[in-house]
Design a protein around this ligand. Structure first.
Ligand code: ADP
Ligand code: MG
Length: 280
């Protein structure tokens, strides 16, 4: 049998299993920066849609936000992987995320033959947040409510939702939400089959920088305690655990620098990256 036929047949059980299901995909890093990776990502998303999966994209935008902040001479600071966000920073975050980045992703998907719709967490009051407690990091929110009706409508009409992680605050302000956390909450609310987080590392790495292909809660607690997992990896592993507890079937942290990382994860037997699994 030719390799091409083998590959297609390997995908068959996954296509069958996932038709009609919903995947929430956190998009960011190199896959959102490099021209060829951007096109490949958009193609992957369109392919998912055409085999009957409902992809829901939640995007970050760190590097572009940092660049504009630097141009405007506003300092960028992070605490435990979360951006410290004052009023000025929030203005820039919202402008870049739900303005230029969101529309660029929409255009890329449309160019590849999909029909994407861009929105932020404010649209249809999809995401409602309150100020994160215990850390003095300004207008960074934690999600308290998700109204997925707008997503369901968009999916039903054959469109692909592309979501910027800005939320409406219970206090009337706007809040910046870490994109991993937003993706996790949306996945939970949708009872998604999969939550996939694309990033610029192979997955969760151990102290010797080797990839850990599977992790459960107790192992993650240890890795955070002994500081093997730190910074931006903390919201990723936490939101995966939270999503699993909330009924999401599978969660994965994968390397967005690999061309077609999503197709490799979804449609091949070996998979890639780190799978965070349920149970303790
Ligand atoms: P993203 O833009 O994808 O959210 P982040 O920078 O927020 O990326 O988070 C990923 C980063 O987390 C990695 O680039 C790495 O610097 C850091 N990190 C901390 N601990 C680990 C770990 N154990 N394995 C992999 N990456 C880790
Ligand atoms: Mg991050």
């Amino acid at each position: 049998m030719s390799e091409k036929i083998k590959t297609l047949l390997e995908a068959l059980p996954y296509i069958k299993r996932f038709a009609g299901s919903t995947f929430v995909i956190k998009y960011g890093g190199a896959a959102m920066e490099e021209e060829s990776l951007k096109r490949e990502f958009a193609k992957d998303i369109v392919l998912l849609k055409y085999v009957g999966i409902n992809p829901v994209i939640v995007h970050g935008g760190g590097p572009k936000i940092n660049k504009l902040l630097a141009d405007l001479k506003i300092p960028a600071n992070f605490v435990d992987g979360l951006r410290v966000t004052d009023e000025k920073t929030l203005e820039v975050v919202e402008m870049v995320l739900s303005g230029s980045i969101n529309k660029e992703i929409v255009k890329n998907i449309n160019d590849m033959g999909g029909k994407a719709i861009g929105l932020s967490g404010k649209d249809g009051r999809l995401l409602v947040a309150k100020r994160v407690k215990g850390k003095d990091i300004g207008l960074v929110g934690e999600i308290v409510e998700v109204d997925i009706s707008i997503i369901k409508d968009i999916n039903r009409h054959g469109y692909i939702p592309v979501i910027a992680p800005i939320a409406d605050g219970v206090d009337g302000k706007s809040y910046n939400i870490n994109a991993d956390n937003a993706a996790g909450s949306i996945a939970k609310a949708l009872s998604a089959e999969k939550l996939v987080l694309l990033t610029d590392v192979e997955g969760v790495l151990d102290k010797e920088n080797n990839l850990i292909s599977s992790l459960k809660k107790s192992e993650i607690d240890t890795l955070i305690k002994n500081k093997t997992v730190s910074g931006g990896m903390i919201p990723k592993v936490s939101c995966c655990l939270d999503a699993l507890q909330g009924g999401v079937q599978e969660t994965h942290i994968i390397d967005g620098r690999i061309p077609h990382a999503i197709l490799l994860e979804v449609f091949t037997d070996s998979g890639i990256g780190t799978q965070i699994t349920g149970g303790t």
